[in-house]
Design a protein around this ligand. Structure first.
Ligand code: AR6
Length: 187
């Protein structure tokens, strides 16, 4: 596993190459869909490795609020995973860029961070939301992810923020290279 790191106030942003289901963190984030009932990609991997208790809580959330809107986030147990909680957020499907995709993707990161803060999470791990099945261009997605997380960390720096670690977990080499360039070069 290789790592690159950037510090924003009290919080380290760390790049990890690998499988998010293996990460020990207070929260891992799932790139879900609005149904919350699972799917392929990282969503499928999280439900497979985490077991039925995650799906059971997703079903309860569906009954309460009818799923999860694009850009929003909900939280469940992490079941059998090493993480404590899973935050399920729904990224936008890329449709050319004029359908609010950038704003919605930023919402995924921001809403996941504030939900994690409500649970006093010290660490959170993000996958590269929307850059798989939902076809969001990886370069732009990485810019939005990093900018949104850094802006969030700067905006909460004077409050009692407990977040110590943000991990970006890159599964594919293309995303890893993009994030590494941005973190190391500070682009
Ligand atoms: N750990 C970390 N990242 C992963 C893993 C993993 N185990 N597996 C894949 N990735 P995707 P989306 C990366 O398609 O584009 C599902 O069916 C992958 O390389 O998982 O937001 C949902 O139910 C890519 O960079 O999510 C939705 O219907 C990133 O995760 C839909 O896909 C996101 O790819 C969501 O599409």
């Amino acid at each position: 596993m290789m790592r690159d790191c950037l510090k924003v106030n009290q919080t380290s942003i760390t790049l990890i190459k690998g499988d998010i289901t293996k990460i020990t963190a207070d929260v891992i984030v799932n790139a879900a869909n609005s149904s919350l009932l699972g799917g392929g990609g990282v969503d499928g991997a999280i439900h497979r490795a985490g077991g039925r208790s995650i799906l059971e809580e997703c079903v309860q959330i569906r009954e309460r609020q009818g799923g999860c809107a694009v850009g929003e986030a909900v939280i469940t147990t992490a079941g059998n995973l090493p993480a404590h909680h899973v935050i399920h957020t729904v990224g936008p499907v890329w449709n050319g860029g004029n359908q609010g995709e950038a704003r919605l993707l930023a919402g995924c990161y921001r809403n996941s961070l504030s939900l994690a803060a409500e649970y006093n999470a010290k660490s959170i791990a993000f996958p590269n939301i929307s850059t798989g099945i939902y076809r969001f261009p990886k370069q732009l997605a990485a810019e939005i992810a990093l900018e949104t997380v850094i802006d969030y960390l700067n905006s909460v720096s004077d409050q009692t923020g407990t977040l110590e670690q943000v991990y970006f977990v890159c599964f594919d080499d293309e995303n890893l290279d993009i994030y590494r360039n941005k973190l190391v070069l500070g682009e």
